[in-house]
Design a protein around this ligand. Structure first.
Ligand SMILES: Nc1ncnc2c1ncn2[C@@H]1O[C@H](COP(=O)(O)OP(=O)(O)OP(=O)(O)O)[C@@H](O)[C@H]1O
Length: 542
């Protein structure tokens, strides 16, 4: 199955399209079945493979993506990587960079290549760091020399002299941070983060990080709007990449560039590769590792069941019409094997409980029936950990407060803090019994801070409403927080319906004109249709 994912240059797109058709016709889960090569075959040293097996006993063979991505990464090639959620892209990145470091150390002499990873949010940066800690088999504090985290924090601004000095003196081969944090440092003191230090730059979840022009055939107004925004509001990632690759004082030695995402459209890839200017030679030498059909396969592994619960204005709760009554597997059943001796991550900050007292006397913007429905579904169905994804504009802390008032052990997601998700980055055999007896936890977040996140203990994703951009890709990405690598999971959309005949809302269209929003239930059906999903009855509300 390796052939379904192709290493190719921009000249070889045709065979890939054929292969993509072939994959769909056969309904083959392309990402799981490469598996004839070992990690050692892909360039990891014997020592690195031994450490990998100790830290991640369940990671036995590379996925198809990893089979093509790892040699390209280790060979210093520029890479554009797009494969479905949970195909092991980010893990391969961390493994490859760490493996390269080990190999360079084993060879001795030369200073190891430094890498800068830009992640969309700090929780993903912490997840990458945590994987390194496990690979190294050391507590996080001892591993500090390998990873330098560049994250903003209210208590200790990045621009504090001590933090800038620490960064300037850092010998860590891996710097992971958000583009905002990197930019803040570069503006405050460019000497603290000399860009020439880096031999590799990685942008994870790149389609959410770099704005691109509208596709050919888009209307004139879309183009004008884009151009205005492009000039006025360059995204932090674009600014960093321009400094790194395009500006006059960009480093003389061009760093390897790796960009990856689960949801990279053809147009996005084309623009990044050939028009962004960040790749030399109009991207002709870029190694493209693309899955045959990202969207359709992403959300539909048969280990996940999809549910939609409708909450009426009068507070009545029902399953979406047409949901089938298949009995789903118990999400608590599957346990991924991991090493017994891996130490827990040590969090860098003192755990603070969210202070939500201030909401005591203020009315909530959340519909109480909806939150009660989520609280009930959570109480009845979640064994340990669930995620609630709210619309971007929703107040996470308020939702936490309201859910706690309903008796839910809710916390705003923040994996820097043990009690707010940090403990769930790992699945430590030693802690498993304790976790099984602990009060189940509901981590509350928005889409922006859950992209790419992988919490192995998590079995349920609750989504309040449909994705704001109404896209199947976004739904698939959120759903992909569970059901990874054969684990089971449930995705439960909770939709507030509107009274018959009433529009669910209006949005401004052109000057003075308003446009009815289509019904959210209809949209969800549409998304299910696009992804090939048949919703299943959420049995507690049958
Ligand atoms: N070869 C492998 N075998 C078994 N498990 C693996 C393998 N590679 C990665 N994993 C596990 O799969 C999970 C998902 O990996 P990862 O987050 O890298 O996927 P991803 O493709 O980056 O997903 P997303 O697009 O959602 O960010 C992780 O828990 C990781 O430990």
């Amino acid at each position: 199955m390796t052939s379904l994912l192709r290493v190719y240059t921009s000249f070889h797109t045709l065979p890939l399209q054929c292969l993509s058709l072939q994959a769909r016709a056969l309904s083959i889960p392309a990402y799981h079945e490469s598996a004839s090569r070992s990690f050692a075959d892909l360039g990891l040293s014997e020592h690195a493979v031994t450490k990998l097996q100790h830290a991640f006993p369940a990671v036995l063979r590379p996925t198809a993506t990893q089979t093509t991505f790892l040699p390209a990464l280790l060979g210093g090639k520029d890479v554009l990587l797009s494969d479905k959620t949970g195909s092991g892209k980010t893990f391969a990145l961390v493994l490859g960079l760490w493996g390269r470091y080990i190999a360079q150390q084993e060879r001795g002499g030369k200073r190891p290549t430094s890498t800068l990873i830009l992640t969309p949010h700090r929780d993903l940066a912490l997840q990458c760091a945590y994987w390194v800690y496990r690979l190294q088999g050391l507590p996080s504090t001892d591993a500090e020399p390998f990873v330098h985290l560049l994250l903003r924090s209210a208590s200790e601004p990045l621009t504090d002299r001590s933090r800038l000095t620490e960064l300037r003196d850092s010998k860590s081969p891996l710097t992971i941070g958000t583009p905002q944090a990197v930019l803040e440092v570069l503006h405050a003191d460019p000497s603290a983060l000399p860009l020439g230090r880096f031999g590799t730059v990685v942008v994870d979840e790149v389609d959410g990080m770099v704005e691109i022009p509208p596709p050919p055939g888009s209307g004139k107004s879309a183009k004008i709007k884009f151009e205005k925004n492009w000039k006025r509001h360059p995204t932090p990632t674009r600014q960093v990449l321009d400094m790194m690759y395009l500006e006059e004082d960009a480093p003389a030695r061009r760093p390897q560039l790796v960009m990856m995402s689960a949801t990279l459209s053809g147009h996005h890839r084309q623009w990044l590769q050939s028009h962004s200017g960040w790749f030399p030679n109009r991207g002709k030498d870029v190694v493209g590792v693309y899955a045959p059909d990202t969207t359709v396969a992403v959300a539909a592994p048969d280990t996940i069941t999809h549910h939609a619960i409708l909450v009426s204005p009068s507070g009545q709760v029902a399953n979406i019409e047409g949901a089938i009554a298949t009995r789903s597997t118990d999400p608590g059943d599957q346990v991924e094997g991991t090493a017994e001796e891996i130490p827990s991550p040590q969090t860098a900050q003192v755990v603070e409980l969210e202070n939500t007292e201030e909401f005591q006397d203020t009315p909530s913007s959340f519909n109480p029936s909806t939150l009660e429905t989520i609280a009930l579904a959570f109480a009845l169905d979640v064994p340990r950990v669930a995620l609630l994804v709210l619309p971007a504009s929703a107040a996470v802390r308020r939702a936490v407060f309201d859910l706690r008032s309903l008796g839910v052990n809710a916390h705003g997601l923040d994996v820097l803090q043990t009690e707010r998700g940090g403990a769930y980055l790992e699945r430590n055999a030693k802690d498993r019994d304790a976790a099984a007896n602990a009060d189940p936890i509901l981590l509350v977040s928005t889409l922006a801070s859950t992209r790419g996140l992988d919490l192995p203990e998590m079995t349920h994703v609750f989504m309040l409403g449909i994705p704001e951009d109404r896209s199947a890709d976004t739904y698939a990405h959120m759903a992909g927080r569970v059901g990874r690598f054969g684990r089971t999971g449930k995705v439960v959309s909770v939709i507030e319906t509107v009274p018959m005949g009433q529009s669910p809302g209006i949005v401004p269209r052109k000057a003075g004109k308003m446009e009815d929003l289509p019904d959210e239930v209809e949209w969800l059906r549409h998304i299910f249709g696009q992804l090939g999903i048949t919703p299943v009855v959420f049995e507690h509300f049958d």
